[in-house]
Ligand binder design. Structure first.
Ligand code: NAI
Ligand code: MG
Length: 363
């Protein structure tokens, strides 16, 4: 099968890091390991400069028709004065909305060679490989009412509403269990059912889905505050953690700091399954932004983006073996001592974006 890949490099270091994915795709094709049909589109400030919108309808159509979107990064000081609806971020927001990306996947992988860069002791994180599955389109960030009201006595009252429905919990739970099948066969579900009704419902629905559809996946329920504590106490106990929008925001940032630099962190967002094909809409992107401070110099770390492509291979394209060899190659390159400037320690000679990409391919 030919895999339809939509490349949206964006602004700043986006094109520099996406170029390394293009190289990797060409290498995979040259080896006859898989074949790709690639569409390249502008997004963000680059698209605005070209045609006045952060993403065109045609680019959006191509993203919708793809098996996976590889996104670089958008934004930068050049577009600070652009009207809100046309700002670079609007391109990213439209992609998320139109692709219906309700599941955000943030892995925390600790490459042994970088274990000393972690906020934790080496032995706690060496070999860590966990995945946080965060619900992205519901919960307290979107629930209504959401307002600040001035009371008669002049005091103010602010309200946010944490709200989840059974279908919303059902679909995110299924994503987590499906991913666990491709990984360590266990899921931890984090909520606060001790004080929140949404937590009670979350617990009930996740338990039911596991019993009905995923009896072979081990399920553990953990209170979200305890989960935060466990992440810094003994993170390797987890494989997949599924949680809501707010707890996921916090827990994924905690997990990120277990593994070091922004330049190393990949992510994915998944949408609904197409009933006809069984495929999910999906977008893969580094966690970092467009890094205007280093853009154009060829020094950005491409590993976050290359590892995001690895997630695409595994979770969207059915190429798990290739994904595993890619992960192995990244670990080997780091073990050999090669570093980009962001992760190099004092006295180490740093390599550039392209050399790092080449080294991963060679490995
Ligand atoms: P940033 O992630 O772009 O940069 C933060 C710091 O990390 C900078 O010092 C940068 O040089 C460094 N850094 C980031 N990625 C790196 C890499 N791959 N290799 C080496 N160093 C790296 O975040 P910042 O500075 O807050 O935002 C810059 C621009 O990016 C803004 O316009 C912001 O809106 C946008 N942004 C876009 C995102 C996206 O497209 N998803 C996400 C976050 C920010
Ligand atoms: Mg956050």
């Amino acid at each position: 099968a030919t895999h339809k890949l939509s490349l949206m490099a964006g602004d700043g270091i986006g094109p520099e890091v996406i170029a390394e994915v293009t190289k990797l795709v060409r290498w995979i094709e040259a080896r006859g390991l898989a074949s790709f049909a690639i569409e390249e589109d502008l997004v963000g400030g680059a698209a605005y400069d070209d045609h006045g919108e952060a993403i065109s309808d045609a680019a959006m159509e191509r993203a919708l028709a793809s098996d996976a979107v590889m996104f670089g990064s958008v934004g930068g000081p050049k577009w600070d004065a652009v009207p809100y609806s046309k700002r670079p971020e609007a391109g990213l927001l439209r992609l998320r909305k139109d692709l219906g990306l309700f599941a955000n996947l943030r892995p925390a992988i600790c490459y042994p060679a970088l274990a000393d860069a972690s906020s934790l002791k080496r032995e706690l994180v060496d070999g860590l490989d966990l995945l946080i599955v965060r619900e992205l389109t519901g919960g307290v960030y979107f629930g209504e009412p959401k307002e600040v009201v001035t009371l008669e006595n002049g005091d103010k009252r602010a309200v946010d509403t944490q709200l989840y429905t059974t279908p919303e919990i059902d679909r995110i739970a299924r994503v987590a269990f499906e991913l666990a099948k491709l990984r360590g066969k266990k899921v931890a579900s984090a909520e606060k059912r001790n004080v929140m009704k949404t937590g009670v419902l979350w617990h009930e629905v996740v338990s039911r889905i596991q019993k009905e559809s995923y009896p072979d996946i081990q399920l553990e329920h953990v209170l979200a505050d305890n989960c935060a504590m466990q992440l810094v106490r003994r993170p390797k106990q987890y494989d997949v953690i599924v949680t809501d929008n707010l707890f996921g925001d916090i827990l994924s940032d905690v997990a990120a700091m277990l593994t070091g630099s922004l330049g190393m962190l990949p992510s994915a967002s998944l949408g609904a399954e197409d009933p006809a094909t069984g495929k999910r809409k999906a977008m893969y992107e580094p966690v970092h932004g467009s890094a205007p401070d280093i853009a154009g110099r060829g020094v950005a770390n491409p590993i976050a983006t290359i590892a995001s492509f690895g997630m695409a291979l595994k979770y969207s394209l059915g190429l798990s073996d290739l994904a595993d060899s890619l992960d192995g190659a990244i670990a080997d390159v780091l073990a050999s001592g090669l570093r980009t400037a962001d992760v190099a320690t004092r006295g180490q000679n740093a390599v550039g974006t392209s050399e790092m990409g080449d080294a991963v391919i060679a490995a």
